[in-house]
Design a protein around this ligand. Structure first.
Ligand SMILES: Cc1cc2nc3c(=O)[nH]c(=O)nc-3n(C[C@H](O)[C@H](O)[C@H](O)COP(=O)(O)O)c2cc1C
Length: 399
């Protein structure tokens, strides 16, 4: 193997091309210069270095005039840019004289600029500055740090900007969603009739790309002033989506369990028992919990955003797991009043596969088993009618 030794022997274009195939985040390192003015530069080479002691690092060009000025200050602050801050990055990467003109920022505890809207900031002092070819290698000792915004960071790759995309939301899932919406249109009349008759929210949900998606919603509930759940999605992971498990567009049993990470034996046993329960009953039920409410709705809303972060994804999975005891109770007693979160029944295609689920929600609280059975019977009647309609139009399912 030949080792390049000088700049002329070495292909700089190839170096940039190869190294550009590795993505980075984008940060703006800031400080206050000797004359008291805020200064900063864009850095793609930022990295975490050590936890004990806490150190971060970045690599400024030796020729950078901004870094030459920054070095004179005792501390600096690393601002991690959010995915919607590309314009800010370009403003700082430009040779503009005053990059802070008309910019909103506030001082960090060490007095360095924290730019409005960044994901996080890290105040540091200089642990060391070492020469590294045409760059310096700066090690920063972490003084203070904070997360500012629960949002995805800006990414840089092949000289272009982009953002992180969560796994299951690929283009094919979008096509599947459109197909499910088209299918749900056929059930709209049935869904609206149920909602009006029962003064409740009736929805049609579908399994798309590993998620359960609300593809049609009608809300006639007088006491539940809900934001529409249309387009909302939740992960098909225990205890959610049992009617879909093993069906087209949804995970198989083992995959459904795997979405919990490494569940303990108790969680695995409970999830499998719930799955068996739903399959034996042919319907699914979830009860209200004492800690439901705004917080849970907000988590579902964040998960439903195509630009959700892995952290937001994990938080919803954890909340669902925490509430697992409220799903599919093994026994429903006649002498107990229940607060039902939702009741769901499957809609089958001709081959017996589950193609959609009809779901009833926004129901009055404190009802007895007889009422639950009445609701179920009405939902099942609507599902049966929908199955007849679908059977008469088989081309819809073959799309
Ligand atoms: C996405 C991106 C990443 C960058 N990363 C670095 C870096 O890691 N180190 C560096 O010295 N310059 C980096 N730059 C370039 C500097 O931000 C900028 O060109 C430099 O501050 C200008 O030099 P000056 O300080 O002499 O004005 C990056 C620019 C962009 C757009």
């Amino acid at each position: 193997m030949q080792t390049p030794t000088t700049a002329t022997q070495f292909d700089g274009t190839r170096f940039r091309e190869v190294l550009g195939s590795y993505p980075t985040g984008v940060a703006i390192v800031t400080c206050i210069d000797e004359s008291g003015r805020p200064i900063g530069m864009v850095i793609g080479s930022f990295t975490s270095v050590s936890l004990d002691p806490p150190l971060i690092g970045y690599l400024p060009m030796q020729s950078s005039r901004t870094f030459a000025r920054m070095r004179a200050a005792p501390t600096f602050c690393v601002n991690i840019l959010a995915a919607d801050q590309e314009a800010l990055c370009q403003q700082f990467a430009s040779p503009a004289e005053d990059k802070f003109a008309a910019l909103a920022w506030h001082p960090s505890p060490a007095g360095n600029p924290v730019l409005d809207g960044v994901v996080a900031w890290i105040d540091c002092d200089y642990a060391s500055v070492t020469e590294a070819g045409d760059h310096f290698m700066v090690l920063g000792g972490v003084l203070d740090m904070a997360l500012e915004r629960d949002t995805a960071p800006l990414l840089f790759f092949q000289r272009g900007y982009g953002r992180f995309a969560p796994g299951p939301l690929v283009a094919v899932a979008e096509r599947e969603t459109i197909e499910a919406v088209r299918l749900a249109e056929i059930g709209r009349d049935e869904m609206e009739a149920v909602a009006t008759e029962l003064n409740a929210e009736c929805s049609i949900v579908a399994a798309v790309g590993g998620d359960i998606v609300y593809v049609a919603v009608d809300n006639s509930s007088p006491q539940w002033r809900l934001r529409s759940r249309l387009g909302f999605r939740v992960p098909c992971a225990p205890p959610l989506g049992p009617l879909f498990v093993g069906q087209p567009g949804a995970p198989a049993d083992a995959e459904w369990l795997r979405r919990l990470g490494r569940p303990d034996e108790e969680t695995t046993a409970r999830s499998l028992a719930q799955l068996a329960q739903v399959r034996a009953r042919g319907w699914s039920i979830a009860l209200m919990g004492p800690n439901d409410g705004e917080n849970l709705d907000e988590m579902v809303q964040l998960y439903s955003n195509p630009h959700r972060t892995p952290g937001q994804e994990r938080r919803l999975l954890a909340a669902a797991k925490e509430r697992a005891g409220l799903h599919e109770p093994a026994e429903l007693r006649e002498d107990v009043a229940y607060d039902v979160r939702h009741l769901s029944v499957p809609v089958h295609g001709e081959a017996g596969q589950v193609v959609l689920v009809l779901r009833l929600g926004a129901l009055p609280a404190g009802v007895h088993l007889a009422q639950i059975h009445l609701w179920l019977a009405r939902l099942q009647q609507a599902a049966a009618r929908l199955e007849t309609t679908l059977a008469a139009r088989p081309q819809l399912l073959r799309a």
